[in-house]
Design a protein around this ligand. Structure first.
Ligand code: UDP
Ligand code: MG
Length: 170
């Protein structure tokens, strides 16, 4: 057994097309469990950090706008984020998700079924899926706090935070 974790995002195009249910149904074929989930409004800082490895690509700025849903207007700045766990999770999920380029992705895969290439050439491929163990760890730590995941998957430490500004229910 090779238990792995990975980050899945339903990107803003997937949210806007109301594909979340279909995507989760497809992903459930993997028999993986969800150990963290939330809806996130994506800041520019988070978008840039998530795609840091592509910062030198000519499409980087467009990609940062895309993950924030900017092309669809402010009301679509949201992604659904999931941490999945299971045996050989990453390669199994990548197979279900399909190739990066939706035209090259298998037609039964999520990206092959629902993705498109924009007139500018960007791949709007409806989901993000971590591609290896170290990338998964970096991404999960970027998107989730330890208390938002129901299992202890990475080492944590306890700190005392004083005078932290927090919004609570009035
Ligand atoms: N992307 C693109 N054109 C490319 C390569 C990537 O538009 O030539 C976009 C696409 O949305 C992709 C994301 O950038 O999902 C991240 O690229 P990566 O190479 O990490 O592919 P992934 O891991 O998402 O398959
Ligand atoms: Mg990638």
């Amino acid at each position: 057994m090779k238990i792995e974790e990975l980050l899945i995002l339903v990107k803003p195009d997937g949210v806007k097309k109301f594909l979340t249910g279909n995507i989760l149904t497809k992903l459930s074929e993997s028999n993986m469990i969800i150990i963290g989930s939330k809806v996130v409004k994506v800041s520019e800082k988070l978008a840039q950090a998530h795609y840091y490895h592509l910062r030198d690509k000519p499409f980087f700025n467009e990609l940062v706008d895309y993950i924030q849903g900017k092309v669809y207007g402010d009301s679509w700045n949201m992604v659904l984020a999931f941490v999945y766990q299971g045996d050989d999770a990453i390669s199994k999920m990548r197979r279900i998700v399909g190739a990066t380029n939706p035209e090259e992705a298998e037609s039964v895969s999520i990206r092959g079924s629902y993705g498109r290439i924009t007139t500018k050439g960007l791949y709007e491929n409806v989901v993000h899926c971590s591609s290896n163990v170290s990338e998964a760890m970096r991404e999960i730590k970027l998107w989730f706090k330890p208390e938002e995941i129901i299992k202890n998957i990475y080492a944590t430490k306890t700190i005392i935070v004083d005078k932290e500004k927090k919004i609570i229910w009035a």
